[in-house]
Structures are given as structure tokens and as C-alpha cells.
Design a protein around this ligand. Structure first.
Ligand SMILES: C[S@@+](CC[C@H](N)C(=O)[O-])C[C@H]1O[C@@H](n2cnc3c(N)ncnc32)[C@H](O)[C@@H]1O
Length: 338
């Protein structure tokens, strides 16, 4: 089965000659919202009946406490839709979100304005250049699923170290490729681009070699139309995307890009953080899972309903979770202290 999938990738390279580009050119510059407008607080009111909304609050306090960010100056590296910057900002002195995608900065800035947040600002910079800050600028740095999206993740960590103050703390959430082992090495996703267009993204995850190649085919079809074509017997499966399927839709493919990113495992992250100079490095449990599990302790009858009471409970479990060492790649979050 894996062999057939490799043939699909070979076919795309041979027949469609994709342009290889950076991740922001590949996708982040195109998306109106990375979360499909689903983020609590940023796009939707908090809903106490939704476990994922509790998990999001857990995430907020995770980043806040792990970075020591209360009342401090924080950097959010690669903020996407303004996450976590916009939910952390009310508790920090100042948050700066830095992204190489101009589109993401536009979206983050609009979201901050709509939410009335005045202590978060967003800056665009050119990929591959030094981060536009002096040494020792920030008390804490948050990097959520962003370091492995940069062309040179180790260099990125060096830069994050440089801009942190001595004693400053970095909290990284990374995509642990190990969690895709056993069936999700090759996978796909369809992003709606509006105006009757969608993007079929095929993932070739080379887990042991710690890199991923994504192929992005922009197709003149709506997201729904393409999903319908791919799903057989109601089942969406990567196996349904074979060469004859691609031959069939070839005339509708109007753009083809590819992006190769280095995806360090937790072990590699740990060794790079150490090489770069961080003194204390802790792979820990996450506030996200702690808050999710807390939610599961309640029944419909006894669940707290107001955000303040919920936050008070979540803060307590998060403070414990983030200090607890976790098996590498499990949650997967790492705190590193300069
Ligand atoms: C997977 S998204 C994560 C967004 C957000 N932090 C979240 O968790 O929802 C990755 C983000 O990293 C940004 N990014 C990609 N390459 C970057 C680079 N070289 N420097 C800074 N940000 C980058 C993307 O534009 C995007 O906003």
C-alpha cells in the first residue's frame, strides 16, 4: 500500500512538476482562517459544554505559566490566526506575534482589532532572515506548531534563544511525527479556498528521517465536490487517491506546489535546545490535556458554567501538569529556560 502511495508522489513530481516553496507560500498566505473560524474566544464565544473549549483554556494557561508570562513581554512565533497571542494578551504586559506570512499578520491584526486587544501587535518578516529584534528582548517565547514550519528549525531555535532574556522561558508545541506511525504516514487534507476552488494537500511523512513533503494541488472544484469524489462507500481514504484518480481530475488542476519541511522528533528538539545553550529543558505534560481531562470529571448537572469559575479550576491543574515530566513526543510540549 505504501508503495502505491509513493507512486502517486512520483507521478505528481514527474507529470505536474511542482514548484518547491516555503510553508507560507505553500499554504499560510492563502488561508483566510487556519482554524476554519473555530477558535474559542477569537472566533466563537466560549462554550462550557465543549471539551475542546476547555482544552483551549488549558492551552492558554499552559503558555502563560510555562513562559512565566504574567505581566511580561512575550513573543508568539508563528501566530497563525493570533493563537495563542490573542488569548494570552489579557494576562501579559505585551505580546508580539511574528510571522513570515503577510496574510497571517493581516488576519491576526484584524482579529486583535475586532477583539479590542491593544497590547498585542503583529509583525511580518522575511523568511530566512534574522528575527527583527535585539538580543535579550523577551521574557518568554511561545511557539505553537511553528518551528518545524520554518526552512531551518535549528537556526530558528538559535534565534529564539538570542531574543530571549537570560532566565527567559521558551514553550514549544511541536508536531510529533511519531504519532502518525502505523497508518498515517501518507495522508491528505482538503482546504477550501473560496470562489469554487480548493486545495488538495497530500502528505508524505518520512518519520524516521524526520522530514515531510507536502504536495498541494489547487483544483477548480469546491471542497465538498472534491471530498465527494474522493470518498468511496462514504470512506475517505488516501488509498482512493491513486494515479487514475489524479489523471481524471488533471484538467481541473490549476496550480501545483510542494513544500519540504524538516520535522524534528522530540529527541532531536531536546538535543538542539541543549546545543543552542538552554540550561533547563523539560518535556512536560500539557495544560491542554489537563483541562480536557478536568472537563471529563463533570456531569451535565455539576459542570461549572461561567468562565471565571472554570478558569480558576483549570489554572490549578495546568500549574501541576506543566511541571510534570512527560515521555518525549507524548503530549508533545517542551519548556526550555535560557
Ligand atoms: C501550523 S501554523 C500554527 C499557527 C498557530 N500558532 C496555531 O497553533 O494555531 C504555523 C505558523 O507558522 C508560520 N510560519 C511558517 N514559517 C515561518 C517562519 N519562517 N517564521 C515565522 N513563522 C512562520 C505560519 O505562517 C503559520 O502562522
Amino acid at each position: 500500500m505504501l508503495m502505491e502511495n509513493k507512486n502517486v508522489f512520483n507521478w505528481i513530481e514527474e507529470k505536474l512538476s511542482p514548484d518547491f516553496c516555503t510553508s507560507e507560500e505553500f499554504i499560510y498566505n492563502e488561508m483566510e482562517s487556519q482554524s476554519d473560524f473555530g477558535l474559542p474566544i477569537i472566533y466563537q464565544p466560549f462554550d462550557y459544554t465543549k471539551s475542546l473549549h476547555w482544552a483551549d483554556r488549558g492551552n492558554l494557561f499552559d503558555y502563560l505559566y510555562s513562559t512565566g508570562g504574567e505581566g511580561k513581554k512575550l513573543l508568539d512565533f508563528g501566530p497563525g490566526d493570533g493563537w495563542p497571542s490573542l488569548i494570552v494578551a489579557p494576562y501579559a504586559k505585551e505580546v508580539i506575534g511574528l510571522d513570515s506570512s503577510a496574510k497571517r499578520i493581516e488576519v491576526c491584526t484584524e482579529n486583535a482589532k475586532r477583539m479590542g486587544i491593544t497590547n498585542a501587535s503583529f509583525i511580518n518578516y522575511e523568511v530566512g532572515t534574522k528575527l527583527p529584534f535585539e538580543d535579550n528582548t523577551f521574557d518568554g517565547v511561545m511557539a505553537a506548531s511553528s518551528v518545524e514550519q520554518t526552512p531551518n528549525p535549528k537556526k530558528t531555535i538559535e534565534e529564539l534563544y538570542r531574543v530571549l532574556k537570560p532566565g527567559g522561558r521558551l514553550r514549544i508545541y511541536y508536531e510529533a511525527l511519531n504519532n502518525y506511525k502505523g497508518g498515517q504516514e501518507n495522508d491528505f487534507w482538503i482546504a477550501g479556498l473560496g470562489s469554487g476552488l480548493c486545495k488538495l494537500i497530500l502528505f508524505d511523512r518520512n518519520i524516521d528521517d524526520e522530514y515531510v513533503i507536502q504536495y498541494g494541488l489547487t483544483i477548480e472544484m469546491s471542497e465538498e465536490e472534491l471530498s465527494k469524489k474522493i470518498s468511496l462507500d462514504g470512506k475517505d481514504s488516501f488509498d482512493n487517491i491513486n494515479i487514475s484518480f489524479l489523471e481524471n481530475i488533471k484538467s481541473k488542476i490549476i496550480n501545483v506546489k510542494a513544500c519540504k519541511t524538516i520535522h524534528p522528533s522530540g529527541k532531536t528538539y531536546m538535543s538542539w535546545l541543549k546545543d543552542v545553550g538552554f540550561k533547563e529543558i523539560l518535556p512536560s505534560h500539557s495544560g491542554r490535556i489537563a483541562a480536557y481531562k478536568l472537563f471529563q470529571q463533570f456531569t451535565d448537572e455539576n459542570i461549572p458554567k461561567d468562565l471565571d469559575s472554570i478558569d480558576e479550576l483549570i489554572k490549578k491543574v495546568v500549574k501541576v501538569a506543566i511541571e510534570l515530566k512527560a515521555p518525549i513526543d507524548m503530549d508533545p510540549m517542551i519548556t526550555a529556560v535560557k
